[in-house]
Design a protein around this ligand. Structure first.
Ligand SMILES: Nc1ncnc2c1ncn2[C@@H]1O[C@H](COP(=O)(O)OP(=O)(O)O)[C@@H](O)[C@H]1O
Ligand SMILES: [Mg+2]
Length: 384
């Protein structure tokens, strides 16, 4: 009997833009979706079949959600992993598995696990005092990138230690467990999406090239402007990571490419990722479609690139705070190859991810030109 049946219920913890884009694919395949998110008007609210309004750490709410679903997934890693273990012990599938999430949601443990399995990561050490920072600076040199082990995203949770005078300040800015990494003077940043089905088969997407501004993703280009050798190396690292974590579902592996051609893993996301949005228009099967296929036991789709792509995030403009309005969408959409995604967040805030643009074209240069042109036009600002 086929596993695909119309009343199969998928629970998603998190109703932000990633949850919304998962739902758009899941609904195409006929699934029933229940989300859990504390915000009654979160991005995915208007398209979910049901919405449980609760905190991501709310154990009881997570268990109640799971009891009503055939499979549980999540769109963010900062959730109550102990509740997910309980759900798994109740016999309800959770993908990616709580075992992999427990390691990945802690950046220090993640680095340790990768190192143990011979995957290169920046040199790192745990710090809990000024003396530790001085020791790290002696060993790795300055600057150092300090990171909170738990809870970081979009650069929040990172602190660049540029001078030794900052060796105390770091503990005022970052809370909880903290570690430092050597600062990598990378030539480019890349990311690789990889998806593992329940039968253990892995699909690895084409390598994406990322530019960050203030540690927030600004632009993704595919194919990446690196040699085939480096691409192969990066895709092998992604496939190996899927084996290490036995991940079921979509993962994204962020990496640094160094001048000497070495590739280091920066961090892993056990979920669809911002740098993988290009796959919606540019690949035969998007990261969201393959995630839904993987967690529901279906075969994975072809991940080949149909066209070159450029993705730009649309963030809340500088100083904007209030009810969101979109300006010049019409003009942007007149540009050939441009698609616009608006997440439906009611409130704009400076640097908040409000939507994205993907342009596809025959060459990555043309895709970039179109995305840049569209991005210059479109603005998300607060209503006066
Ligand atoms: N060790 C490092 N050396 C140099 N730059 C780094 C290092 N770690 C992080 N960064 C920069 O900061 C960005 C955000 O850091 P990351 O660890 O990926 O945190 P987040 O969870 O916020 O995405 C990276 O994409 C990269 O540009
Ligand atoms: Mg990152």
């Amino acid at each position: 009997m086929s596993k695909l049946h119309l009343d199969k219920k998928i629970g998603i913890i998190g109703g932000g833009q990633l949850g919304k884009m998962m739902i758009l694919e899941a609904k195409r395949m006929g699934f029933y979706i229940i989300i859990l998110d504390p915000d009654p008007l979160c991005s995915a609210h208007s398209i979910a079949d049901e919405h449980i309004i609760a905190d991501f750490k709310d154990r009881i709410a997570i268990i109640n959600l799971a009891k009503r679903c055939d499979v549980l997934t999540y769109e963010l890693e900062h959730i109550n992993v102990n509740a997910l273990f309980e759900v798994e012990n109740m016999g309800i599938a959770v993908y990616p598995t709580p075992k992999s999430l427990e390691i990945i949601q802690n950046k220090y443990k993640q680095n340790k696990e990768l190192e143990k399995n011979n995957v290169s990561v920046p040199k790192f050490m745990s710090i809990s005092s000024k003396e530790d920072v001085i020791k790290a600076a002696d060993t790795f040199g300055l600057p150092l990138m300090a990171k909170s082990s738990l809870g970081g995203y979009d650069g929040r949770g990172n602190f660049l230690i540029a001078t030794i005078e900052q060796s105390e300040e770091v503990f005022k800015i970052l809370s909880g467990e903290v570690f430092v990494e050597e600062y990598i003077d990378f030539t480019i940043e890349i990311s690789v999406l990889a998806c593992r089905g329940s039968n253990g088969k892995v699909k690895v997407y084409p390598v994406a090239q990322n530019t960050h501004k203030n540690e927030i993703l600004q632009e993704t280009l595919v194919p990446a402007n690196i040699s085939d050798d480096i691409k192969d190396k990066a895709r092998e690292i992604a496939a190996k990571t899927m084996e290490i974590f036995e991940g079921i579902g979509m993962f994204c592996i962020e990496m640094f490419v160094k001048k000497d051609g070495n590739v280091l893993v920066n961090e892993i996301a056990p979920r669809p990722h911002n740098s993988g949005h290009f796959s919606i228009e540019a690949c035969i099967t998007s990261q969201f479609a393959n995630h839904i296929r993987a967690i529901s036991g279906l075969p994975l789709g072809d991940v080949s690139l149909i066209k070159a792509a450029c993705m730009h995030n649309i963030l809340g403009e500088h100083g904007e705070n209030g009810k969101a309005i979109i300006k010049n969408a019409e003009k942007a959409l007149e540009i050939s190859g441009v698609s616009l995604h608006i997440y439906g967040k009611k409130e704009v805030r400076e640097k908040r991810k409000m939507g994205h643009i993907t342009a596809i074209a025959d060459t990555v240069e043309n895709a970039q030109k179109a995305a840049k042109k569209a991005h210059k036009l479109i603005k998300i600002v607060a209503e006066n």
